[in-house]
Design a protein around this ligand. Structure first.
Ligand SMILES: Cc1cc2nc3c(=O)[nH]c(=O)nc-3n(C[C@H](O)[C@H](O)[C@H](O)COP(=O)(O)O)c2cc1C
Length: 446
């Protein structure tokens, strides 16, 4: 492992030199045409392979309906030309909200979501022409262990986990959510997916990443006497049941999932981890799951890594941690390379599934060249930015119109957007968006 360093890459040649020095496989292509041409993604036509990844905004109204700020964020993404807009986590019920301002999709908020979709489509058309219609996927979630519906932790946990318990001062033998409650939450996911279809989304993502509820079932090796714990068949059941039911009840809807391909929490408490080498990734079960999801009709799969509340750098390589956070003991380029390797391995094992990877924002203007090399070599199907899109919502337009991103507009991976989210404050880019200037310094819940 190389020591942590801030970004100092001057060019693609410098990137490749650094990757060589660190022994990392980072592909690069100067030709980004594969990203900007029209394409088919999971059987759906998209204007380009440039994606906005889901980024919680913590700016919904009390009912969970999108607010003016939510709408502004998405209209900016839409006007920015991305071909795939993966909308942030929206809770399927109140006890699953990650904070009191998380979006929530219910009968009551359906009208607000429908207007959000109209606003996105309208902004996309106005900025990029009548033929430009991005693929719109809504991520559906239950926050499980990380639920804070009223602002304070109200964890609903699937298995006791000594690595994660200290985050909420949980006892080693905390009460677990029952199978009956998990089945009820499954039904809420199905209902919310139906509502998402009514609101006009093209697809839904059954969120199974970052240690949230469905993700935690995948890792529930130690959950005993349960349909949703123990052997792989049981641990994958909740996700597969939701996917199959949504496919039956909303056949026109694209059904996807965002998986943490590996939790990075050591086996047996993490999914995708090596039973024999503590802390090492083992993708055998992740590949098996991707295969089962493909059989169930999932043609687009988004990948992430890790549990951000535990160790955020695995999911989002950064220059600076959140204020007071730990500086990781690895070079951010190692984190980027891990994302790329995992995406490529899953894509190789599931060639008919379109894999959307993550972790590119740290690369700044060099990201699209790496993404183009990945997609060009069939190692993944799209290039997506999370923090990078929040900072630079028109990154896609600059790639489409000028063939490159502008250095003065990129995300600096300062982690202040994560800091805002942790403080349950509306999320925006403190560095690039004048409306959020100094937002990290304003008062509010700590
Ligand atoms: C403030 C913030 C909010 C996020 N919200 C979500 C979310 O709602 N759903 C999700 O799957 N990932 C979420 N993520 C993770 C991002 O989608 C993305 O995977 C991560 O930032 C790494 O990609 P990047 O390097 O392009 O930022 C969030 C990340 C941040 C920093």
């Amino acid at each position: 492992m190389a020591p942590h360093e801030r970004f100092r890459l001057r060019s693609a040649a410098h990137l490749l030199e650094e990757a060589g020095r660190l022994g990392l496989d980072i592909p690069y292509s100067d030709d980004i045409s594969v990203l900007i041409e029209r394409a088919s993604l999971g059987g759906r036509e998209v204007p380009n392979r440039l994606a906005v990844l889901p980024m919680e905004g913590a700016d919904a109204g009390p009912s969970g309906a999108p607010s003016g700020s939510t709408s502004r964020r998405y209209r900016r993404y839409a006007a920015g030309g991305a071909g795939l807009i993966w909308c942030e986590a929206a809770a399927v019920r109140a006890d699953g909200r990650s904070n009191p301002r998380q979006l929530m999709l219910t009968e009551e908020t359906l009208g607000g979501f429908s207007r959000l979709v109209e606003g996105i489509r309208d902004a996309a058309r106005k900025a990029r022409g009548a033929g430009h219609s991005p693929l719109l996927v809504l991520q559906l979630t239950h926050s499980g262990r990380f639920a804070k519906p009223q602002g304070l932790p109200r964890p609903l946990i699937v298995q006791n986990n000594p690595h994660l318990a200290p985050l909420h001062d949980l006892p080693a033998d905390a009460t677990l959510i029952s199978d009956a409650e998990l089945a009820a939450i499954r039904d809420d996911f199905v209902e919310a997916a139906d509502l998402a279809a009514s609101a006009g989304f093209d697809g839904v993502d059954i969120k199974a990443c970052h240690g949230y509820l469905v993700s935690e079932t995948l890792a529930a090796h130690g959950r005993e006497d349960s349909r949703y714990g123990g052997p792989f068949e049981n641990r994958s059941r909740l996700l597969l049941e939701i996917v199959r039911r949504v496919r039956e009840e909303a056949p026109g809807l694209l059904v996807s999932s965002r998986l943490s391909a590996a939790d990075l929490v050591p086996f047996p408490f993490g999914f995708g981890m090596d039973p024999d080498r503590p802390g090492r990734i083992d993708l055998r079960e992740t590949k098996a799951l991707a295969g089962l999801l493909a059989k169930a009709g999932v043609r687009v799969l988004a990948l992430s890594l890790g549990i951000p509340a535990w160790k955020p750098h695995f999911g989002r390589p950064f220059d600076q941690p959140v204020p007071g956070g730990a500086v990781p003991d690895e070079h951010p380029l190692e984190g980027v390379a891990r994302h790329l390797a995992v995406a490529a391995e899953i894509q190789r094992s599931a060639p008919r599934t379109a894999i959307v990877g993550a972790g590119y924002s740290w690369l700044r203007t060099l990201g699209p060249g790496v993404g183009a090399a990945m997609v060009g070599a069939g190692r993944s199907a799209a290039f997506g930015l999370g923090r990078g899109a929040l900072a630079y919502p028109d990154f896609a337009a600059d790639l489409l119109d000028h063939g490159r991103m502008a250095a003065r507009k990129v995300c600096t991976t300062c982690s202040l957007c994560s800091h805002l989210l942790r403080r349950q404050r509306p999320v925006g880019c403190v560095v690039r968006d004048p409306e959020y200037k100094n937002a990290d310094r304003e008062g509010g819940p700590g």
